[in-house]
Design a protein around this ligand. Structure first.
Ligand code: SF4
Length: 362
């Protein structure tokens, strides 16, 4: 019998303010709409079995009122009896003391704080409402209330940002000693306010310089670069994301949420009215072939420091990783991929060029 997914992603699509670069599934917060959404979401959660990890993302989950947050977390309590990690994304501005108490009371043990940059002018420019002083204040509040497992999101390649600005961000963030950091380069998609206003991200050469500087500074500071965009102090790697990178099944619940179950990858409808009225279930639904799954296992696994386990690959697909030997060979020779007895993984340089490697493996 197939084991049910051990990871659950829940999407809360509401934000108090919409950032200029945002292309996620998100809508302006309205209390009644959020009430209606939670009702519908809780119906969807009925099919979910107990899981090891939960990630509540958005949108901005902390845009919900205290009672809405309490309602959501009460609804997931039957699923988390044996959960190891329950993460919630939080905006420093809307993470009030009483919401922190509510998270702790319901067993949330990890908070992902959307910091983005420590430069208050830049925060305004990208449409964020918080200040870096607010970030410091909320980190102290979380630690005082005994919720110290805090990961911070930082963006780089922002409009007119210099390498020195990124170094300054890192210096200030490291003073706060976060246990985990996720770093994202700004991308400007069509249909975003930035795209319409012709605002540009940093040129790709500068973006690469920034990434290399981040890598150098964080690894020197003792962080493990355990996945392309993620850095952690020992013991603080994200257990939930590991499920994605190990290509495990996971539930995706809520408007626009993605999941993978029983050889099907899906994204729920991204239209809020369709989701609420149960008109359309999926935005996309793809039946995965064995070849798709083998390739995607490589694609996800090579993002990580650990790489792809040869035994797990064989046990899952009943075929050896060496079937890709001809395609791997040039990258092994160039030192972009490395093979040892138990796994295949990408070197730091290989991870930087992972797209090129994967295209060749297709
Ligand atoms: S807070 Fe996040 S989800 Fe909301 S608008 Fe900004 S980037 Fe988008």
């Amino acid at each position: 019998m197939n084991k049910s997914p051990q990871a659950l992603y829940i999407h809360i699509p509401f934000c108090n303010v919409i950032c200029g670069y945002c292309s996620f599934t998100r809508f302006g917060y309205q209390e009644k709409l959020a009430d209606h959404y939670l009702e519908r979401l809780i119906e969807d959660l009925a099919r979910v079995k107990e899981v090891e990890t939960i990630y509540i993302g958005g949108g901005t989950p902390t845009a919900l009122t205290l009672s809405q947050l309490d309602r959501l977390l009460s609804a997931i309590s039957p699923l988390i009896k044996n959960a190891q990690e329950i993460t919630i994304e939080a905006n420093p501005d809307s993470l009030t003391d009483d919401k922190i108490d509510c998270l702790i009371q319901h067993g949330v043990n990890r908070v992902s704080l959307g910091v983005q940059t420590t430069d208050n002018q830049m925060l305004k420019c990208i449409g964020r409402t918080h200040s870096f002083e607010k970030v410091i204040d909320r980190v102290l509040a979380l630690r005082t209330k005994d919720l110290p497992n805090i990961t911070m999101d930082l963006m780089y390649g922002l409009p007119n940002q210099t390498l020195e600005d990124v170094i300054n961000d890192l210096d200030k963030l490291l003073e706060l000693k976060p246990v985990h950091l996720s770093l994202y380069a700004l991308t400007i998609d069509e249909n975003t306010a930035f795209f319409n206003r012709n605002i540009k991200a940093a040129p790709s050469e500068l973006e690469t310089q920034m990434y290399l500087e981040i890598l150098k500074r964080l690894t020197t500071a003792g962080y493990q670069h355990y996945e392309i965009a993620n850095f952690a102090l020992e013991g603080y790697e994200s257990l939930h994301n590991k499920h994605y990178w190990q290509y495990d099944d996971f539930y995706g619940v809520g408007v626009g949420a993605s999941g993978k179950e029983q050889h099907v990858r899906y994204t729920n409808t991204v239209k809020l009215d369709q989701y609420l009225k149960k008109e359309t279930q999926f935005h996309e639904r793809i039946e995965l072939t064995k070849a798709d799954e083998m390739f995607e296992t490589l694609m996800m696994g090579l993002r990580t420091q650990q790489g792809v386990s040869k035994d797990k690959f064989y046990n899952t697909f009943n075929c050896d990783l060496s079937i890709y030997q001809d395609k791997f060979a040039p990258f092994l020779k160039q030192g972009l991929l490395i093979e040892d007895k138990s796994s295949l993984y990408a070197s730091e340089k290989g991870r930087l060029m992972l797209n090129d490697v994967l295209i060749a493996l297709l």
